[in-house]
Ligand binder design. Structure first.
Ligand SMILES: NC(=O)c1ccc[n+]([C@@H]2O[C@H](COP(=O)([O-])OP(=O)(O)OC[C@H]3O[C@@H](n4cnc5c(N)ncnc54)[C@H](OP(=O)(O)O)[C@@H]3O)[C@@H](O)[C@H]2O)c1
Length: 248
């Protein structure tokens, strides 16, 4: 099966390409560095020629709500238009657990992404994933100020990006999923600050991790209440954060 991966060079995208190719599928890598811009539309029609499925694992490169919303909704519209013209039969879109509950920030932009994607015309399945195990390392870097890394308190049930790639590959190449949206998470709830602390210790990184909370953040109470955690029907996949860390 010929499967076009939008965001093929990204953290999830490059693992998805490996999983798909190991499963005998032909992949088309779509990213600006591969000559395809999903926002301007450059190279899109050519890339989608003969593709049966598109997997959208794009990212906006910004957490600004307005800019991220513009990116995701434009990309979704362009993928639908070009995909429909090329005869694509299914689109699989990667989203984040709980985004439909958020009205602010990047998570709200992802909710708009889902809505734009689910508006068709190509039939879409949305996979909502928990934060990745790799998210701990990203936060350690984003929050680093000298000897301290400021990391937001966040209840998550993290999953390895590789497990998400496997689930996306199954959705792209398997039978039509029964429901339009499904969820995936790892086996154990964690606190992001603790994950970053354990990661730094494992790496021998002397950075001191400090948990932060922004009282002006309107998402704070939702995250505390567990809005980013999976529902009872979620796929639970792969290693715990500690097992994953021990293997890296
Ligand atoms: N991080 C997490 O914990 C987590 C959890 C759940 C869900 N997710 C979701 O997973 C998705 C993928 O995240 P990621 O961390 O794998 O992303 P990433 O590493 O930042 O990769 C983004 C990809 O998008 C491509 N891209 C960006 N702008 C483009 C454009 N205009 N045209 C074509 N390609 C473009 C990039 O390639 P070029 O730069 O070459 O264009 C790259 O291949 C995101 O939507 C995110 O919300 C993330």
């Amino acid at each position: 099966m010929r499967i076009a991966v939008a965001g093929a060079t990204g953290m999830v995208g490059h693992q998805l390409v490996q999983v798909l190719e190991a499963g005998g599928h032909e992949t088309v890598a779509m990213s600006r560095s591969r000559g395809v811009d999903v926002v301007s539309g450059q190279g899109l029609a050519t890339a989608l020629t003969g593709a049966e499925c598109i997997v959208d694992v794009l990212n906006a490169g910004t957490i600004d709500q307005a800019a991220a919303t513009r990116f995701f909704t434009t990309a979704a519209r362009n993928l639908h238009e070009a995909g429909d013209r090329a005869g694509v039969r299914r689109m699989v879109v990667l989203s984040i657990l709980g985004v439909d509950r958020f009205t602010a920030g990047y998570l709200a932009a992802k909710a708009d992404h889902e809505q734009a994607a689910l508006s068709g015309p190509v039939p879409v399945h949305v996979l909502r994933a928990a934060q990745f195990h790799e998210f701990a390392a990203q936060n350690l870097e984003w929050g680093r100020q000298g000897e301290v890394a400021y990391v937001p308190w966040m209840r998550v049930q993290p999953v390895a990006a590789e497990e998400v790639a496997r689930a996306l590959a199954d959705l792209a190449s398997g039978p039509d999923p029964a429901a339009p949206i499904s969820e995936i998470a790892g086996p154990r709830e964690e606190e992001l600050v603790d994950m970053a602390t354990r990661l730094a210790a494992r790496r021998g990184d002397p950075v001191r991790v400090e948990g932060i909370e922004d009282p002006a953040d309107s998402n704070r109470d939702l995250v505390k209440a567990g809005a980013l955690l999976p529902g009872p029907d979620a796929i639970i996949a792969g290693p715990t954060f500690d097992e994953w860390l021990a293997a890296t």
